[in-house]
Design a protein around this ligand. Structure first.
Ligand code: UDP
Ligand code: MG
Length: 321
């Protein structure tokens, strides 16, 4: 059996503290992999700290294995993942966070599963969420529950971005070049057989999470808009529903006027109805606007990221199998 190459794609945003620990752990794991070798693709997502310098220092001692891509500013983890996949040359590609929340010790098992069981992707799934604020866990749970109801793409509760993919799956993910990326959805959308390896949640080794609560809310809204058009249907439904209600009211008022005459009372109820309908209209307009906004950004076809520097040459890229 020939030695196969595994590319480890690591998006890094302000990870100067975590990176040396990450590299050390991964090097330990590397020795346990059979018939396989690792190349690292560190993607510096416009970090404000010394992340790039740390990567370069690591690369100096391990030139053949360590490669890096650096962005001109922070473009977000999704863009970093995309760039990493583009620059990876391996037969298999793994995507991993730099903070060691994705346990490297799972790699040997993932590799043997993907080799022997005919899967194209071995994903990972957190079965516990210890160390996370309970509010965040609660909302995450609700998110997966509802997302699966309103979207045809499957969303696995607790699934991480941490996964090992075959080359053909990577090419499929790269072929989805939309700007508004929600990778978890894209991984699932491209299809192929995926097996989810369960594991217990781990806390970050160093540095801190770049996600705020509202950041996550926004991220989930992105997911909804990217993978479902149900909110639009919902908006039309509200429209039709209030139209029917108004017809019933109309009949009621006409009949009442015929039977009892028309004393000019009832303006408070009128104002209430005005406000309610106005509110619903704005709400639905907002939903439509969200989709329109996303469409607008998508039609600009801006690149997903701007490259500042990389050590990868075109020859490296040609080594892609
Ligand atoms: N990350 C990134 N760009 C960003 C934010 C995060 O590349 O704009 C990277 C970060 O360095 C880490 C991974 O994405 O390797 C996951 O980030 P984080 O640990 O903050 O997220 P959490 O684990 O809390 O969901
Ligand atoms: Mg993390």
């Amino acid at each position: 059996m020939k030695i196969e190459r595994i590319s480890i794609v690591v998006p890094c945003f302000n990870e100067e503290a975590a990176l040396p620990l990450f590299y050390e752990e991964l090097e330990n794991t590397r020795k346990k992999l059979k018939q396989a070798d690792i190349e690292y693709i560190f993607v510096d997502d416009g970090s404000k700290d010394k992340t790039l310098a740390v990567i370069k220092k690591l690369a100096k001692n391990d030139e053949k294995r360590i490669h890096y891509v650096s962005f001109s500013r922070n473009f977000g983890k999704e863009a970093a993942l995309y760039a990493g996949l583009q620059y990876a040359t391996g037969d298999y590609v793994a995507v991993m966070d730099a903070d060691l929340q994705d346990p490297p010790e799972l790699l040997p098992e993932m590799l043997s599963l993907i080799r022997n069981q005919n899967y194209d992707c071995i994903g990972t799934r957190r079965v516990t969420r210890n160390g996370e604020p309970p509010v965040r866990s609660f909302f995450a749970k609700q998110f997966y529950k509802w997302m699966n109801r309103i979207s045809e793409t499957e969303f696995i509760d607790g699934a991480r971005d941490y996964r090992l993919m075959t080359r053909r799956m990577v090419e499929a993910v790269l072929s989805v070049s939309e700007v508004n990326r929600f990778s978890k959805g894209i991984f699932s959308w491209v299809g192929f057989d995926t097996y989810y390896l369960p594991y217990k949640n781990k806390e970050r080794v160093a540095g801190e999470t770049s996600w705020s609560f509202w950041g996550l809310v926004n991220y989930s809204l992105d997911a909804v808009i990217n993978f479902s058009d149900l909110p639009l249907t919902f908006a039309s439904f509200i429209g039709i529903f209030s139209f029917f209600i108004s017809i019933i009211f109309l009949i009621f008022i006409v009949v009442r006027a015929l039977l009892f005459g028309d004393p000019t009372a009832g303006w408070p109820s009128l104002v209430t109805i005005f406000l309610a309908i106005g509110g619903l209209q704005l709400f639905c307009l907002g939903i439509v606007g969200k989709y329109l906004g996303k469409t607008y950004l998508e039609t600009k076809k801006r690149p997903l990221y701007i490259l500042k520097e990389t050590d990868r040459t075109d020859e490296d890229k040609d080594r892609r199998l």
